[in-house]
Design a protein around this ligand. Sequence first.
Ligand code: TXA
Ligand code: MG
Length: 347
Amino acid sequence: MIRPADRRAIEEAAQRLRRGGLVAFPTETVYGLGVVATTPKAVARVFAIKGRPKFDPLIVHVATPEAARALWRECPEAAQRLMRTFWPGPLTLVLPKTKQIPALVTSGLPTVAVRVPDHPVAIQLLQLVGRPVAAPSANRFGQASPTTAAAVQEELGNDVSLILDGGPTRVGIESTVVAFEEGRPVLLRPGGVTVEQLTAVAGPVTIGERRAAAPEAPGMLERHYAPSTPLYLLDRPVAGEAGQWRAAGGRIGVLLLAPLTMAFPVSAAQVLSQRGDLVEAAANFFQALRRLDQAKVDLIVAVPMPEHGLGRALMDRLTRAAAGWARVEGHGLLIAGRAEEKDRVSV
Ligand code: TXA
Ligand code: MG
């Protein structure tokens, strides 16, 4: 059930969490599906409801930097600087864990990912619960993250009995995940805090490889954030050739950063920002993907985003949403399809 996140609803949510229940709640990035992190039974239900593989660890949410610090064995200088600058906010730090967080939360890893969200509802909830709350994005595994309470309902339906509605989320993409090697930051997932911002505060950032914790499952996380409609990511911005787009008997939906001036023979279009602004684009991103998925098009074509600022995080999401769909380019012809399927788009 969706309830406006007033004080009474937040109190009820806190009580449910303390009793081992699940609650979906807003953060500044995306909606999370929360459980008390120290209750393994409740954590197991989150994995089950999301259909999430056990080797993909969860992020733990706390109300203050001090509460975060208590969950780690150590905290290098660079991490302290990042916490001071970006918390509360869309930054998750991965550091060696104390015994307090059960292995199920961290998929058996010796580290735990923690963040302090920048959302009044999330903070009030965390204060009332008084315990760390593990919360993955409130979507089924591999699907687009929800940025509204209605999107949570679409994703999880009756599997979650209480969804706190705090309106559309401000940032719109998930937190940046940073680990540390010999005290130096390693980027595990681009997100709401940009690489440029991290570098300014903590020095050069190594771009880490984002992969499953279980080595026997390489590439399993490659396809992610994906709508059910095939999505093709173009390798360059569209120009005049878009006028000739044609899908074999199909309807095309297009995802654009900014409006195009040319005529566009597509059935549905989502423009992320009228001004081409990446902050606004990130805020609209997952909702736009959902709308295109619901527009009953046969395929979605996405244009590439600029690879700086939040554009890097958007490209990460788009690359994963497009994974699994073959893409062969040559002489302006894009042949796309899952293995032997014969969808063709002339570009
Ligand atoms: O913005 C966000 O981070 C949202 C909101 C709800 O806070 N949460 C979120 O959680 O995106 P989730 O579960 O969808 O993504 C968690 C990411 C995964 O990529 C996971 O592999 C990584 O964090 N992660 C968690 N613990 C880790 C660890 N100990 N080491 C490395 N990566 C970790
Ligand atoms: Mg997620």
